[in-house]
Design a binder for this molecule. Sequence first.
Ligand code: FAD
Length: 410
Amino acid sequence: MYEFIIIGGGITGVTLGRLLQMSGVNNFIILEAESEAGGLCRTKLIDGHYLDIGGGHFLCTKYPQVYDFIFSHIPKEEFNFFDRVSKIRVEGEIIDYPIESNLWQLSTEKQIDYLISAIQAGDFTGVKEPCNYEKWIKWKLGNKIASFYMIPYNKKIWGVEPNELDIDWLHKIPSVKTREILESCLNKLSDRRKMPSHNGFYYPKMGGFQTIFDVIYKNVVDRVMLNEKVIDLEYRDNYWLVNCEYKAKKVINTAPWNHLHKALNVPASLEDCFERLKNNSIVVSLWEQEYNHDWHWCYDPDLSLEYHREFFIHNFAPHSLSTGMYTETNLTRWPGSETSWSNGKKPIVEHINAVAYPVPVVGHSKAISTILEHYEIQNLFGVGRWGQWQYFNSDVCILEAMKFIKAKVL
Ligand SMILES: Cc1cc2nc3c(=O)[nH]c(=O)nc-3n(C[C@H](O)[C@H](O)[C@H](O)COP(=O)(O)OP(=O)(O)OC[C@H]3O[C@@H](n4cnc5c(N)ncnc54)[C@H](O)[C@@H]3O)c2cc1C
């Protein structure tokens, strides 16, 4: 009988294991479905290019305890720190991210149009705040920014219509007031402090983002069972029987709840909640291309292009070959491995992340909290991006693992 079974060997699962170990609890195992651990935080070395197969991954957090945890496993000196250089391609012009603070970089004609639209926006003219994403973004930033960047970009990344999205994840986007938009145009200057996160970031000097995962993982590797997909979860009064084989007093789920639907034999009362948990799938494609700029990545809202973001590996991983770049594409927009892309090229390699982002459709927050409350009574908990079904980056996954251990173990 284990004290804990952890489902999923991504960064949340191994951090939970490591923290249990550091608290003196060794009676646990981690069950991982795939033949290797790491989940979305994996890196592959392909033809001299370090490819983060889960997409663009960078270390940046506002939680000092997360840096302390990571840097206690790998010295800070083993990272390069970069001031973020990210661009947006909007209507054929390239400006810095975020768009709200950098409209002044557009041609004068466009600036005028975007600014008129910004001061006509509902937030500035005193209209009541709407509650779906499409209306909200027009209300907040005006029709121009909404129509030429926010709406097409979000359509591309999420793969659902923007009017199906909730607004409870919008703390992730910069909070720039209309007055500040006007100010930045008049002063021809942006305020970098308005960036919500990733103003600067760390990236390992060796390998890729997986280096961070590996230094945590190596401590708990002997507790991890690979190729052990959880397909059966049975609650027997005061313990869980997992895959008809492993018993535990408590189970911590870090895998997507919708993938456990069958294993859990979900009661009818929770069917609607599970139905609300939607995720998208993202294809990461590696290309070779010459570039002689310093951009780390670029957002591309143009709906005629399949991908929504491009990354220039050598600019944040100088140990990677100088021609490496990769793109992120929603699976629903992916031309397929056999078909050629609209740029006329073929990628070197592609990786499909079947489960990439939890999609913030209307009602998702209520759905996940109902699921968590239901199972917590039976000592089945959810932690991390999938366990809590929230748009968490890996730093927040680590933070949530810390909070969980503090609340339930210490
Ligand atoms: C495109 C993209 C860009 C991102 N950029 C950043 C960034 O810049 N910085 C950052 O910090 N974070 C970033 N993230 C977020 C980061 O990847 C996640 O927050 C983090 O990796 C989530 O870790 P996890 O362990 O919770 O989930 P995962 O990494 O998804 O791991 C879950 C694990 O559970 C396993 N599993 C699934 N089902 C089962 C089952 N039935 N039984 C057993 N195991 C199962 C999976 O195989 C997987 O290994 C990004 C994510 C994406 C998709």
